[in-house]
Ligand binder design. Structure first.
Ligand SMILES: *Cc1c(COP(=O)(O)O)cnc(C)c1O
Length: 404
């Protein structure tokens, strides 16, 4: 906790925050940013909704913090050199988080591709121009556990490498050879894999192979931002647009300075690279940094108490209906926030979770929830305060109607 206290102390002492956004500029930008009188989504006929689901890409993730919106609008009005901005923002983020180096990427998936590219190329731009089609002179295999092989591992394969799947620590050691570029870890599945942090990092250090930990959805808690680089992972990725509520199209790549510099060789503005399509513009880069500052400065206990109160309100309201069962739980890692499952006896209440989800979506205001055929699943961390009442009342009304 010394780490965090030091950080927050640093933030409180930041002289820049005040002068950075002078009141004059803030008001000038906000009048540009808020064109009164047009409702763009309505004009387009695009449905907007209350997000009682969570941070899902298909639902456009999270809502930007106001500070991040202001930073975005500030940046939209001046030119800067892209590399210079990335250098300075990266240094600031590394200082705030307390890791060796950092860079803003176009999401956690982009951080995985760029991080992998950096591991392959080192500081050789010629190699970067040959990924993914010609890996001559580069290592070509990335090892991961079977329980960690999810769709996002595709982001590693963008670099043209082969994924080698193992289950036990013995298999991991046996799979290592002169072609092994990197060992990849999915933080959310630490409990599911047979190889845990300690064994995984022991092997990585023993064979001197870079280790990567995908922590995309793993704040809160805030400490996770530095936990895994402190633990010894060489590279760590976070999504910018999940718990931190930065731009959806941003992420953070954190870790060893040499590897972050190498990853940048495959990032824009450099054109002949695997990462050229992963551009992050100046507005997003700055907004990400400010979202991070905001996130670090927040009262996390207070945020948690609000989410918890909201989830209890919904559970309490719908739980009064006969035949309805509610269960509040908190996932260990990834989306570690108060979460609610609502189930009911379909002999008493004549609707299914799929039908109810559809009815919630079709109502006004539209409400998005998740879950399978067994339950309606809800989180409250992406709600605007007060929306929990609308969600609770609507679910109660629909379930009551179906039970009469
Ligand atoms: C969300 C997520 C990603 C992708 O993150 P983006 O920031 O959307 O690119 C990658 N890995 C895991 C485990 C995730 O949850």
């Amino acid at each position: 906790m010394i780490n965090r206290r030091k950080l927050l102390g640093q933030l409180a002492a930041l002289p820049l925050l005040g002068s950075f956004f002078s009141p004059a500029r803030a008001s000038a930008t906000s009048s540009i940013a808020t064109p009164i009188g047009r409702d763009y989504f309505k004009e387009l006929g695009v449905r907007t909704f209350i997000n009682a689901a969570g941070t899902y890409t298909s639902m456009t993730g999270s809502l930007l913090r106001q500070e991040a919106v202001d930073a975005y609008n500030y940046a939209a009005q001046q030119y800067v050199n892209l590399d210079e901005l990335q250098d300075k923002v990266g240094a600031r983020i590394a200082e705030l988080i307390g890791c060796e180096a950092a860079t803003v990427t176009a999401g956690a998936a982009s951080a995985i591709t760029l991080g992998t590219a950096g591991v392959l190329t080192g500081n050789d731009p010629k190699k970067a121009s040959r990924i993914p089609t010609d890996l001559t002179g580069m290592k070509t295999e990335v090892i991961l556990q079977k329980a960690h092989k999810i769709g996002y591992a595709h982001a590693i394969q963008n670099c043209g490498v082969k994924l080698v799947i193992v289950e036990t620590q013995k298999e991991l050691e046996a799979a290592i050879n002169e072609k092994t570029a990197m060992l990849w870890f999915l933080n959310a599945n630490n409990n599911l894999g047979k190889i845990k942090y300690k064994g995984f990092l022991e092997v990585a250090k023993k064979y001197n192979i870079p280790s990567f930990n995908d922590c995309a959805a793993d704040v809160p808690p805030v400490e996770n931002l530095w936990k895994y680089t402190d633990m010894g992972f060489d590279l760590v990725a976070f999504s910018g647009g999940k718990g931190m509520r930065g731009p959806q199209s941003t992420g953070l790549l954190l870790g060893r300075k040499d590897l972050i510099e190498a990853a940048r060789l495959s990032a824009p503005p450099r054109g002949d690279t695997v990462g050229r399509g992963m551009k992050v513009n100046k507005e997003e880069i700055l907004a990400m940094m400010i979202a991070l500052e905001n996130y670090l400065q927040r009262d996390h206990d207070k945020d948690w108490q609000l989410w918890d109160k909201q989830i209890r309100h919904i559970a309490g309201t719908v739980g009064k209906i006969e035949g309805v069962e509610t269960e509040i739980h908190i996932p260990d890692i990834a989306n570690h926030v108060p979460s609610l499952k609502i189930r009911w006896d379909e002999a008493m209440i004549k609707t299914t979770p799929n039908e109810l989800r559809q009815d919630l979506r079709a109502g006004h205001p539209s409400i998005e929830t998740v879950g399978g055929a067994e339950s309606i699943n809800i989180t409250t961390w992406m709600l605007n305060p007060g929306e929990e009442r609308i969600v609770a009342q609507r679910i109660k009304d629909l379930l009551s109607k179906a039970s009469s």
